[in-house]
Every structure is written in C-alpha cells, then in structure tokens.
Design a binder for this molecule. Structure first.
Ligand code: HSE
Length: 434
C-alpha cells in the first residue's frame, strides 16, 4: 500500500485553476469514495494571491512562490495551468525531474514542445496528463488513447475553437458582421488572451497537432500545419454556401492515406445535413472515423472553468490511481511516435473548392476562366452567376477534387486576367465524394 493520500499542487489560479480547485475541494469525499483513497489539493501558486475567485481556500494554501510546490516532497502531481510556453515549460520540466507527475491544459506548449516534454517524462518514469488541452469538456484524449487503443483511425475532423464557431454561427444565423460577433464571443470568456489565436486558426492548429500526434504518432509539429483562419469570410460567402446547401465551419482536419498524414486548419464548407455542420455557438465537436469502431461524433463544451477543470481532475485521478496501483498506464501508453509516417505537404492535398470570382460580364470571360481551370486539371462541378452589371459580377463555382498545387497555379493565372476585377475567394469543401 502507498501513502494515505495523493497530493496535488496547482500552478496558475485563473479560470481553469479555479475550476480544478473547486472540484477537488467540493468533491473530495465523493472522489475518495469512488477511488478508495483521498486526493488532496495541498497548494496553489499564482502571482496574484489577492484576487477574489469566489472560492474559499484553507489558510496558507495560496502562495506566490512556485518553488514551494515543486520542491515539496509531499506533492505527487503538479498541475500547470498558466498557459504560454515560458515559464510553463520550465515549471513542468522541473517537476518531472523531481519525479513528480504533471497535468497540463497547455495546448500551445504541447503542440510546440510536446516531444521534449514527453521525452523528459519517460526518462523520469512519470506521466503527463493533457485531457484538458483539447476541447475541455469532451474527453477526446481518453477516447483515442483508451477506447480506440486497438483501432486504426482514418480521419479526424474537429470544430475545436469555440470562439470561431460562435462567430461563424452568428454570421450565418443572424447575418451579423464579423467584428460584432467577435466582440460577443470575447464577452463569453472563451477567447484566448490574444484573440488572433482563435480567429487565425492557431488555437485549432495547436489542438489538431496534439490529436494528430496521438492518433497517428506524428511528432508534435504545430509549425508545419497549414493554418488559415476565418477573418476573410464574408456574409456573401456565407450566403452562397447556404444556396449551395453548405455551412462554413473552421475545421481542423487530420487524415491518413498510406504513410502520409494530412493535417490542416481552414474554413471549410460542409454539407448542411451533416451532424457536425449543426454544431453551433461556442460548442465543440470532433468527428472521428476509425476502421473498426466506424464513424463517431463527440460533442460538448470546448472550454470554460468547470468543463476544463473536470478534464484536469480526470487526469489527476488517473495518475493517482496509477501511483496507488504501482502502474504507469498513462506513461506506458504515452505519446510514442511512429517513424513510419510523415506529414503530407499541403500542395499535395486533394480537396474540392468553392470559388467566388469577381468577373466582368462580357462575352468570352467565362471560357477564359474555365480554360485556365481545365489546363490545371480542375473540373467544374456547378456554377452560378449573380446579377447583371456593366462592372464586375460574382461568379461562384464548386469544383470536383483538385490538387492544392494546381489550384494555386490556376488562381494565380485567373487573378491576373484583366476581366477579373478582384482576387478570387476560395474555400475548401469537404464531404461527399466530390
Ligand atoms: N479559445 C478557445 C476557444 C478556448 O475559443 O475554444 C478553449 O481552448
């Protein structure tokens, strides 16, 4: 039998730190009843020890000195909830070196430095839990690591940034402007400290980097992920998407074909009848298709004090059970990389496209445009032209599947045509075999 309790120290007493502390304190006896021994929150460190978080802590629990946690031999698990790369990385590494297990919600850190952190955990024979790093309220890490441990994952499609999904939903349902929708999303408290992380797709890329590592054994390679945000989406494109029977979502995609895995984040048109197309507001969802289990959609809250706090506590309990059971289930399954797979180059990705051209309404213009597309092996599936004007009119096309490289070349040529008034807007399309 090990010692009587497993002790926890939390670094960072912000939104998620408060949720985690609340659950550990309020549910302490219920957790003990379920797992058979106590999990005790011993200390919390934060630079701000004065702010009222609406939670009563025992005297002396909240300190400003992180070393009081990292150097405390009684603390078994260090929870890092300050976010950002530095000093979060150094705090976790110091804890691992002292033989402590770590739990983190830090997606940016894992997506960029995950390989080094998991290496250090392995060397020190301890675990890193990170359920809270991807889609807080959806236990997707457990699903992949445990429920699908023996399956082959074909594809992952995630709406994993609540802020962007809220903005796109508002623009679609209420026709509001991007700026107004962003302000509303920020007031809900979901947005990152720098909202560019949300609307430029960076937060989604952090999360899909973690999922792609877990699902396919790719190294953590956030910087190599093709990332395009939602800032250029206009009400006109949302309107056309509706006319063609699609919804626009910011999707994070990872799919394996042979030895290559494509990983990308961009606004995507999806058939409106798909379940994932109807995931609205700040909600998150991950559609995951695997060989044996087949297709599944996981839906829930992607952020927030209590859903994310719950994810952190689930990792703490997993690790506490491992410590007590003398096993290393989490480290054992860890994040082993697969040297047999690599990330597919974006230019080789095959996908369908929505194109919105601004073309002069004159004889011969369309044949020039379709000629360029044909020359680059791009086949048009459907097309509409709106209005009649002596100036430019919108010409909207859906294409069959084409290679990114070919589309980039074709668009460069099309945009140079004197009869094309503005840069062509393109949005990738997923779903159905097109
Ligand atoms: N900013 C993130 C979002 C929070 O909007 O989903 C959760 O990671």
């Amino acid at each position: 039998m090990g010692k009587s309790s497993i002790n926890v120290g939390i670094i960072g007493f912000g939104t998620v730190g408060t949720g985690t502390a609340r659950i550990l304190l309020n549910n302490r006896s219920e957790i003990e009843r379920r797992i058979g021994f106590p999990v005790v929150l011993k200390r919390i460190a934060d630079i701000n020890v004065r702010a009222d978080r609406g939670i009563g802590l025992p005297g002396g629990m909240l300190v400003s000195d992180v070393s009081l946690l990292i150097n405390d031999p009684e603390i078994d698990i260090i929870v890092e909830l300050i976010g950002g790369i530095h000093p979060a990385k150094e705090f976790i590494l110091s804890a691992l070196k002292k033989g402590k297990h770590a739990v983190t919600a830090n997606k940016a850190l894992l997506a960029t430095e995950g390989s080094a952190l998991f290496e250090a955990a392995k060397k020190n024979n301890v675990s890193i839990g990170f359920e809270a790093a991807v889609a807080g309220g959806i236990p997707i890490i457990k699903v992949v690591r445990e429920s699908l441990a023996g399956d082959r994952i074909k594809s992952v499609y995630g709406i994993i940034n609540g802020t962007s999904n809220y903005i796109l939903t508002k623009m679609t349902d209420e026709g509001v402007d991007f700026g107004i929708a962003l302000k509303e999303a920020q007031s809900l408290g979901y947005a990152e400290a720098d909202p560019a992380f949300d609307i430029e797709g960076i937060d989604s890329a952090h999360k899909i980097a973690i999922l792609a590592s877990l699902c396919y054994g790719l190294p953590f390679s956030f910087k190599k992920i093709y990332t395009q945000g939602i800032t250029a989406i206009t009400p006109a494109d949302i309107q056309f998407a509706t006319e063609f029977g699609y919804k626009i979502k910011l999707l994070a995609i990872a799919k394996q074909s042979g030895k290559e895995v494509e990983v990308r984040v961009h606004p995507t048109m999806l058939p409106r009848e798909y379940l994932i197309s109807n995931v609205n507001g700040v909600r998150n969802a991950i559609y995951l298709e695997s060989d044996s289990a087949g297709p599944a959609l996981y839906y829930g809250s992607g952020a927030g004090e209590m859903p994310t706090g719950n994810a952190v506590v689930s990792d703490i309990i997993d690790i506490a059970r491992d410590i007590r059971g003398g096993s290393q289930r989490i480290t054992g399954l860890g994040m082993p990389q697969n040297p047999g797979v690599k990330m597919k180059k974006m230019e080789d990705v095959l996908t369908s496209y929505y194109l919105r051209l601004s073309a002069l309404d004159k004889p011969g213009v369309l044949s020039k445009i379709s000629g360029i597309l044909g020359k680059h092996n791009i086949s048009i599936k459907s097309m509409i032209q709106k209005g009649r004007d002596r100036k430019a009119v919108p010409v909207v096309m859906m294409t069959h599947k084409a290679r990114e490289k070919d589309m980039a070349k074709a668009l460069r040529e099309i945009n140079r045509l004197p009869s094309v008034a503005k840069k062509t807007v393109y949005i990738r399309v997923e779903g159905e075999e097109n």
